[in-house]
Design a protein around this ligand. Sequence first.
Ligand code: ADP
Length: 488
Amino acid sequence: MLYNRTMKVVMLASEVVPFAKTGGLADVAGALPKFLGSLGSEVAVILPLYRETRKKGLSLGRVVEHLEMNWSGKRECFSVLGRDEGPVRFLLVEKDEFFDRDQLYGTPKGDYPDNGERFAFFSKAALETVKHLGFRPDVVHAHDWQAAMALVLLRHVYADDPFFRHTRSLFTIHNLAYQGLSDREILEKIGLPDSLFHMDGLEFYGRVNYLKGGILYATAVNTVSRKYSREIQTPEFGHRLDGLLRKRRDRLFGILNGADYADWNPATDRFIIRPYDPTYLDGKKQCRKDLLKAFSLPEAAEDVPVIGMVSRLAGQKGFDILSEALEGIFKRGAVLIVLGTGEDVFEMSLSAAQKKHPRSFGLRIAFDEALSHKIYAGSDMFLIPSRYEPCGLTQMYSLRYGTIPVVRATGGLDDTIQEYDPAQRTGNGFKFADYSASALLAALEKAMSIQRQKDRWRPLIQRAMACDFSWEKSAREYIRLYQKLPEF
Ligand code: ADP
């Protein structure tokens, strides 16, 4: 066995809880290292230092004052801040020219045009940082396109560097749709040979594709659910990389994300008005009242379905079929509550619908951690009509809060939600297969009919709350995969 000693893992992600978050990646990159640490690994997690992080005022010490590396044909400098939490060391690359901006990736109008350069810089700086600190990794674990160039660099710039001689790498795809495309000139800036720009290398329809680089040059690749790892090998879900993924399927794995129940637990949640657990569901009723109040909605009788959503407002998340289904939802007497930010087009259409239905539609266009907890706790059902969903964390959170998921059967949603069976009284939610407003409404209707039967609904809530998607199991799977890397 190669790793009888402590395994050293360097994890690269563009967002990590509690420092910066726009979506599920941050939850994963914040929680997984903690669990790897508790299972005996030594982990360094590296991310950029954003304006958002500075504003939070978290305590961070200066780890490296001034480090230089080759960039764009000259020497460029950066610094590193950080803090240790047990066996996990968080390191933040400070380069204000790239990261001291209002947002992480761009505005609702679009991405920052230099994202390719920003995140390639981050990736290279991360490798230079661990070298400087003498933290010799067994595994470099990079997440999504923003960190992918680190794996290309390991193969092509640091290939002969004795420091990384024993380093293997894992690339985790959280969402295949976001690939990171740059012009060819970026290769020179990064210090990569132009000879990598060909069809079997980094080139993708005339541009450099970061995600493709991660898939090609990592020792192994994984996605965040079994089902999604199969889906992305098909043209329907493959975003034009399905051919490459099929080629690499012997080293492509699916490991389900977990939920960090230290942060997502209705019995200890500091953001909700009344804690509760499966034996004390009265607390949930008070959370429901509090939620309606927070959205200035009238009180609702117990059998009125309150449907919650917390989501990026993106095409992927099913807002087109939701828009079509809205009238049907309100006609059935339900209350809908949506918290989200994202694409202009959805912000506008949802706002227009909210104006039309002010007494049954609560909408907040914002990113608001505290309010998200109130929604998980106070809703009766949680709707996730995604077109595709690599894993999805919100169904896991809502289950723990006894809020019954109604989901489209795709990716991780399909892997984690079992259809409720009234005869057997099994299952933890409701699913629909067709990507359509009518299928969505039919699933909601089924859920609503069970909600009206108290002797069925209450046990369903209790069963949902007992579902266990804790990180420990997934962290063990990651360790097993890390241990297998030298065999590839
Ligand atoms: P994705 O990563 O595709 O956005 P996930 O389901 O994996 O989807 O994770 C979404 C995470 O982001 C969850 O923690 C969810 O609570 C959070 N989230 C999404 N939108 C918001 C928002 N507007 N306010 C607060 N939290 C949000």
